[in-house]
Design a protein around this ligand. Structure first.
Ligand code: ADP
Length: 254
């Protein structure tokens, strides 16, 4: 469904950011990208969503170059939520969320009725209390939940979310990750970026690490090797703790 092959990318006035990234995301999977600030997670997501063209390599959606899809047709198949979504200040939340239906206003219509999608998104992101509020009055976390709800209403088989939990409190992080797991069970494919490697692992997401050299690295199965990789990439010492059979990693404070 999503296929990135040997992606390389350099910004015109910057150095090379991605140096050969290969990745597939299948229906039913939630893939999480972690990595230091500036390692290229946003860049990779933008290329995967067709918003940036790679310097070399291929980014495909459903077997075709993602940038070659017609924009409206692509929006029926792929929803992208940037790190800092733009929400017009005067618009009420209800209308902003309903904007997710925009690609379905061109034939063919969405398979599921808009009212049902709105109801599900409003519940999943807990928007009842702010439904009639203008966007300009929202907190950072509330605005993030509105942008995510808009993407849920889009009802695309592929979701790409850039740090979707970065402004959310713990309760809403859990609610979001449960909602994404439920979408995956319904055959959706999700690619997201995160700094919370433990929450990703506990949520059964497939965790990949983008290192400072712009190379994607899978987390090894063996605990010691995991620790070495994380220490190497993040430049801090970690300790491992087993939580419900999952090895979680915490930075050593001293
Ligand atoms: P991450 O999401 O992992 O923090 P980004 O993909 O945002 O990383 O950025 C990767 C690198 O590319 C960073 O060093 C960043 O400063 C640089 N960068 C991002 N956008 C641009 C741009 N438009 N022009 C030049 N360099 C950029």
């Amino acid at each position: 469904m999503v296929r990135l092959e040997d992606l390389r990318f350099a910004y015109p006035r910057g150095g090379e950011v991605l140096r050969g990234c290969t990745l597939g995301v299948r229906p039913g999977e939630v893939v999480a990208l972690a990595g230091p600030n500036g390692s290229g997670k946003t860049t990779l997501l933008k290329i995967a969503a067709g918003l940036l063209r790679p310097t070399s390599g291929r980014a495909e959606l459903d077997g075709k170059l993602v940038a070659a899809w017609d924009r409206v047709v692509r929006a029926k198949r792929l929803a992208y939520v940037p790190q800092k979504p733009m929400l017009p200040e005067d618009w009420p939340v209800s209308e902003l969320v309903a904007m997710g239906d925009f690609p379905h206003q061109e034939a063919p219509p969405a398979p599921r009725p808009l009212a049902q999608r709105l109801h599900e998104a409003r519940e999943a992101l807990e928007l009842e209390a702010i439904w009639d509020r203008p966007a300009g009055t929202l907190s950072g976390g509330e605005a993030q939940r509105v942008a995510l709800a808009r993407a849920f209403v889009q009802d695309a088989p592929v979701l790409m979310l850039d740090e979707p939990a970065s402004h959310l409190d713990l309760r809403h992080q859990m609610a979001l990750y449960c909602a994404l797991a439920a979408l995956a069970r319904r055959g959706r494919a999700v690619l997201l970026s995160t700094h919370d490697i433990n929450l990703s692992r506990l949520s059964e997401q497939r965790l990949l690490i983008l290192d400072r050299g712009g190379v994607l690295r899978a987390l090894p199965a063996e605990e010691e090797a995991q620790g070495r990789l994380l220490e190497d990439v993040f430049g801090v010492r970690f300790i491992a703790r087993d939580l419900s059979g999952v090895t979680c990693w915490f930075p050593k404070v001293k």
